[in-house]
Design a protein around this ligand. Structure first.
Ligand code: NI
Length: 215
């Protein structure tokens, strides 16, 4: 004959474990999280002009067009309050082709780490749809700058403001689907063969879709 006490104890322990894990995994304070996805970096449409007269007096100003790139990106973050967190956007370097109208094309790689402080209006609640907004700062470093006509190109590093919106669609205690977008102010001073030729305004919209994991 089964004794009721162990069964009650077992049920009580299970309930306690469930309650504990639910509390530990509430979407909010104390969560570390990582988001992984595919991100498209789309520079704004008008990227400024380069004045090449300093290189050759027969040249003047030419429009610049920086093209999109898509690649893997990931973020790491922490919520130190149910409604407030920080997140760092990282990625493998993106490679952008560009055109200087009628003069040359080229390409550059860049790495755009972006740190945002975020507000989660529904953090700490049982909501399965968890939106957030963030503001912060971006540092972008350029590398492997190239022109198709073999002239040396140097792009200065950029510090700028960033804004962010995103949403987690919770699947279970750990996993969520994620969509996020950042607007980042990235401007870089260009030198060709050591001559200042102007500022390129990249100011991209970064759109990422992927998954979130929190622990
Ligand atoms: Ni700008």
């Amino acid at each position: 004959m089964r004794k009721p006490l162990p069964a009650l104890l077992a049920a009580g322990l299970a309930a306690a474990a469930f309650t504990t894990s639910t509390q530990a995994l509430a979407y909010g304070a104390g969560d570390f999280f990582a988001r992984l996805g595919v991100a498209k970096v789309a520079p704004k449409s008008d990227n400024g002009e380069l004045n090449l007269a300093g290189l050759d007096p027969s040249l003047s100003s030419y429009g610049v067009n920086v093209e999109d790139d898509t690649g893997f990106a990931f973020t790491l973050g922490y919520r130190f309050h149910d409604n407030v967190g920080v997140e760092l956007l990282a990625a493998l370097p993106f490679k952008h082709d560009f055109q200087v109208d009628g003069v040359t094309g080229g390409s550059t790689k860049h790495l755009p780490p972006t740190l945002t402080v975020q507000y989660y209006p529904l953090g700490g609640t049982a909501a399965l749809v968890q939106p957030y907004v963030g503001v912060g700062v971006n540092y972008t470093r350029f590398s492997s700058e190239k022109t198709d006509i073999g002239l040396d190109l140097d792009l200065s590093s950029s510090w700028g403001a960033a804004g962010q919106v995103g949403v987690d669609l919770l699947i279970n205690d750990n996993w969520a689907l994620n969509a996020a977008a950042w607007y980042i102010d990235i401007d870089t001073d260009a030198k060709i063969e050591g001559v200042d030729v102007g500022t390129i305004k990249i100011d991209p919209l970064v759109v990422m879709g992927g998954i979130s994991y929190r622990f």
